[in-house]
Design a protein around this ligand. Structure first.
Ligand code: 9WN
Length: 440
């Protein structure tokens, strides 16, 4: 569908290119984020991918989510990676022999039939399932899609709100930077500084076989990621708060948790069940998010270091993501809108896409992964947030910029927030999928 503000050539180039990327990255039951750098299924990627795929093939979008949820653990966790057994172990690190998920005796109850990682990623899945259903309710009903995924999505959300409530106030904690999806965000530097890194020689970074080192996390970061993941694995992936060395309440992760609780209410109602439990929980979580993570002085939400017992004094785009939520006080939304356009993120001024981290921050780097570059999933979420809160003109401008940047960068993983220059890998699935969603 063309929009009046959208030259038809850009729309058709974007649509055809994005469709080509998604077709090339489909493996038969799910989509790899990238054929080279990420050759397995990733959790939050599949949520974003399903949101785009629903416009091309509602059935494929349903299968994307069902394949992921098929690897759910007995305790409800949805693993951040579902490994493809046909891919050589050397293609990605850490590989299944590192995570050892199917090894007997894990109290958490990993599936035996498939190898997965043991950590999680942001819970966008109920949001995705609801959007996928709405794309073609008849096809969804025909396959019993909502009826099959609803119990799994509820178990996933309850894993997070019950087993991961290390702060004791209702929000979910992440126990590894990879769980945020924003791996090397400067927000994780203070809590990570307590972690003794594993020796660099003890592992091989397959990511550097495909990615440019200056676009990727450092070896020091990786040493700490490895140490934390080994420790969690060696504890049988148990979630006792005392067993964790890193526990952080991330506003981006929790915003998606709350958005998904709202989506569960919609799904429950569509199935003829009572949605009120989900609605109440979403409202309570929103109240807690505001009490615990909102910083009026900083103009956005801050992460809370649960072990250190203090907020992390860094501005990340994750702190703007609660804009996707309904029910925020008017002064909070207006402050967030101001912050997005102000000196720290520059939207519509210094930058045309929101950077992942504070432009004025001491750790800002326009090339390095989650320390500055602009990411398409974050900006897609913000586009929805702007629209939700009535900033239609700004949302339209962001949408156009996203489409232009996706095409010009070859559907890059992320881009320089000033120049739009492509960074990371190309033909990246969520960039393509969200392009299609923006065109719909
Ligand atoms: C570790 C797959 C994933 C994304 C994350 C992104 C990156 C992995 C990595 O790639 O993380 O999970 O190897 O760097 O940070 O958001 O889900 O696209």
């Amino acid at each position: 569908m063309e929009r009046a503000d959208q030259p038809s050539s850009l729309s058709s180039i974007a649509y055809n290119g994005a469709r080509r990327v998604l077709g090339g990255n489909w493996t038969g039951g799910s989509t790899v984020p990238s054929r080279t750098l990420y050759p397995h299924q990733w959790s939050w990627d599949s949520g974003f991918i399903a949101i785009g795929l629903r416009h091309l093939s509602p059935e494929r979008a349903q299968r994307e989510l069902e394949t992921l949820l098929g690897a759910q653990w007995a305790d409800g966790r949805v693993p951040h990676i579902v490994f493809n057994p046909a891919v050589p172990l050397t293609a990605y690190f850490p590989s299944p022999d590192f995570w050892r998920s199917s090894a007997a005796g894990h109290r958490a109850g990993a599936p035996e039939a498939v190898e997965t990682s043991g950590i999680v990623q942001p819970p966008i899945h109920a949001v995705a399932a609801w959007l996928v259903h709405r794309a073609d309710p008849a096809a969804s009903a025909h396959r019993g899609f909502l009826r099959r995924v609803y119990p799994r999505l509820v178990a996933w959300q309850r894993y997070l709100t019950e087993r991961r409530d290390f702060g004791g106030r209702g929000l979910a904690s992440i126990v590894h930077p990879w769980e945020s999806g924003m791996d090397n965000s400067p927000c994780w530097d203070p809590p990570l500084s307590r972690i003794e890194p594993a020796a660099t020689a003890s592992f091989h970074r397959a990511d550097l076989d495909h990615g440019c080192p200056s676009d990727r996390p450092t070896d020091l970061d990786y040493g700490r990621y490895v140490r934390l993941a080994e420790h969690y694995r060696d504890q049988g992936y148990a979630d006792e708060v005392d067993g964790h060395r890193f526990a952080v309440e991330d506003p981006g992760f929790n915003a998606l948790l709350i958005a998904s609780e709202h989506a569960l209410a919609d799904i429950a109602a569509a199935l003829g069940a009572d949605p009120s439990d989900h609605q109440v929980r979403a409202e309570e979580l929103t109240t807690t998010l505001l009490k615990r993570l909102w910083s009026q002085d900083d103009g956005l939400f801050l992460a809370q270091d649960v072990i250190g017992g203090e907020p992390v004094p860094e501005r990340s785009a994750a702190g703007l993501l609660p804009l996707i939520l309904p029910g925020l006080p008017e002064d909070v939304t207006s402050t967030l809108l101001r912050t997005a356009g102000g000196e720290h993120f520059g939207l519509g001024g210094a930058t045309r896409l929101v950077p992942s981290y504070d432009l004025t921050g001491h750790a800002f780097d326009p090339a390095r992964y989650w320390r500055g570059p602009a990411w398409f999933n974050v900006n897609w979420l913000l586009e929805r947030g702007l629209r939700r809160h009535g900033a239609t003109g700004r949302a339209d401008a962001l949408r156009t910029t996203l489409l232009q940047a996706a095409v010009a960068s070859g559907f890059a993983e992320y881009v320089d927030p000033f120049t739009g220059e492509a960074r990371g890998t190309r033909d990246f699935s969520w960039t393509a999928a969200l392009t299609i969603d923006l065109l719909a």
